[in-house]
Design a protein around this ligand. Sequence first.
Ligand SMILES: [Mg+2]
Length: 224
Amino acid sequence: MIRAILTDIEGTTSSLSFVKEVLFPYARARLGDFVRRRADDPQVKPLLAEVRRIAGRSLDLDGIVAQLEAWSDRDEKFPPLKALQGMIWQAGYENGDFQGHVYEDAVEKLREWKAQGLGLYVFSSGSVPAQRLLFGHTPYGDLTPLFSGFFDTRTGPKRDPQSYRKIAEAVGLPPAEILFLSDVVEELDAAREAGMATVWLVRDREVQADARHRQVRDFRQIVL
Ligand SMILES: [Mg+2]
């Protein structure tokens, strides 16, 4: 009996191209300027210290910017980079420079599941503030009230079963009562190892013949 849904964002509720072609270039273009302008901001300062700690060497402001830009170009998921991107995106959403992309089928089913009393949760490599921004500014309005909780890589890596055990504990349900949705098979493998049910969103890609996980093209094909 599934009592909660845990969903990925990129490639699952939302298009990969929104993140890759809209969000990332927007933040990348503004990263250096933002960090230099806000270096002493109490919200930003501890993140810059975290950059130094992860880099493992002392860096001046230019060095920090260069490090962040290099991580961004390699799509590294380090928490301080994610947090800074989230702050830059917040301004973009609030200016109306873009809206969060969510597939219509995802909106429809999430609303339906919520109405049925299921708990809805997000697990994404995007930071929790970035997740809230995306779902908070969509063409369907503010979708954040649908969700009971948001998890990011501060809980753990998406390909580590331990992350899913921690999430189940936080949700307060046995893993077997949680259905995890993702477009990435290694994430689904990790969730299954933790005991969760899984569904693989293939969207417009080819359905795999030897799939280890139930495959669907969109949320409407998901049967609980
Ligand atoms: Mg994904």
